[in-house]
Design a protein around this ligand. Structure first.
Ligand SMILES: [Zn+2]
Ligand SMILES: [Zn+2]
Length: 412
């Protein structure tokens, strides 16, 4: 309702056409709409059909349309006059008047929500997702639910239901803007009454409160290609915030953070081309390393049993072809490399140690080619005396060590 208490139906907005639409276009749209909402076709369409009939009577014929346009213009001028008279006492009255003259020049373009074409793209949204090491190696996806604006189905995005219709905004007269803070600084701002459209729906559509759009949760699938390096940002086009005035929606930027695995790792230092190889260190009891056997190791495809060859040495690397990272683009698959770490038994009782000694002493020296002969020519000066030793823990530079994670007494 405007200030005179007289509501002016917004026929252009009802038809969804621009105020400068041709007479032909108005008639074409009217025909289609009238067919759709005719009470014979649509039992609930009565109120809309009546509104459409009023609209075509008002703007379907050149003479009538001129009178209706003049009525709109008078409303605009009255509204602007009210705004300016509020502003003229202020220091910037002259500037305001000039601004108003500029506005009035193109007033018709600003009625009925036909804004100057100034589409604004929606902003990007950012999100961080954590992906397990194995998932990332083989590729996966994440579903993210984001609140997004969608056209309201009830009113088909119009903002007014079948029983409602658009009315010229009484506050701004249909311009969609008002002079704000007139005594401090004259400034045109979007009219809050009509959200800048120039018209208000009444009654407004309930689900969308007249906005024409509803905010609903939308599930987006984010494909996470295999073999990504941690910290990679993926872009999901159109999943950002909605655009305004026909602007494209923004994008969703998803930063993928790959979680560390307790056993598996990958050489993917930043700045280098990430390797397709997966590495792990795995402990092997000394007797299995010597005699061979089966052993279960973790892989990106889950635990697998592997056959250990006999005679493994500490630090030896076993290759599991096809158990590495899949390359997202080429489909190539890397290998897994298992570094063998030999574990020696602890806490053996005297009987077990005696058995070991007897067994070891029974082995020919040729079984130990590296220690064989190393003491040749070394005769202790005092054959009867044994020097005392103190344990200092593993030597970290020695591949034969326990990687410094085992006992380290005295290692200060
Ligand atoms: Zn609605
Ligand atoms: Zn308004």
């Amino acid at each position: 309702m405007n200030d005179e208490g007289m509501r002016v139906p917004h026929h252009y907005a009802l038809l969804g056409v621009a105020p400068d639409a041709s007479d032909e276009e108005i008639r074409r749209v009217w025909k289609a709409e009238a067919q759709r909402w005719h009470p014979d076709v649509s039992p609930q369409g009565g109120p809309r059909f009546i509104a459409l009939k009023e609209a075509i009577d008002a703007i379907g014929e050149a003479g009538a349309r001129k009178r209706y346009d003049a009525q709109l213009q008078a409303g605009v001028e009255a509204a602007v006059q009210r705004m300016v008279s509020g502003a003229e006492g202020g220091p910037s009255g002259r500037a305001v008047s000039q601004g108003v003259r500029a506005r009035l020049g193109g007033w018709i373009d600003r009625v009925a929500g036909v804004r100057e074409a100034r589409p604004v793209s929606g902003r990007n949204r950012r999100l961080r997702v954590a992906v397990g090491f194995a998932e990332a190696a083989l590729g996966t996806e994440r579903r993210v639910e984001l609140m997004s604006e969608k056209a309201c189905q009830t009113c088909e995005g119009q903002g007014f239901p079948v029983v409602g219709r658009p009315w010229v905004c009484g506050r701004c007269g249909g311009i969609g803007e008002v002079l704000a803070r007139p005594f401090l600084r004259a400034e045109w701002q979007a009219c809050v009454e009509c959200a800048g459209l120039g018209w208000v729906p009444e009654p407004a559509c309930e689900p969308c409160a007249g906005r024409g759009v509803v905010t609903v949760p939308v599930t987006w699938v984010v494909p996470i290609p295999a073999g990504l390096a941690s910290g990679t940002t993926l872009r999901v086009a159109g999943a950002g915030e909605p655009g305004v005035g026909g602007g494209a929606a923004g994008d969703l930027l998803v930063e993928v953070e790959i979680e560390a695995d307790p056993h598996l790792r990958r050489d993917d230092a930043r700045g280098t081309k990430p390797s397709l190889e997966v590495r792990c260190e795995w402990r092997v009891p000394f007797w299995k390393a010597m005699a061979g056997g089966t052993m279960t190791v973790p892989t990106v495809r889950g635990p697998v049993a592997i056959a250990l060859p006999a005679g493994l040495v500490d630090g030896e690397v076993l290759r599991l072809p096809g158990y590495g990272v899949r390359a997202g683009t080429s489909g190539a698959v890397g290998d897994q490399l298992v570094t063998v770490r030999i574990e020696w038994p602890v806490g053996l009782d005297e009987a077990a140690l005696a058995g070991l000694r007897a067994w070891g002493e029974g082995l020919a020296p040729e079984r130990f080619p590296r220690s064989m002969g190393q003491a040749e020519g070394l005769a202790p000066r005092d054959g009867s005396r044994t020097a005392g030793v103190r344990r200092v823990g593993p030597d970290r530079n020695d591949g034969n060590s326990d990687s410094g994670r085992g006992s380290s007494e005295g290692d200060l």
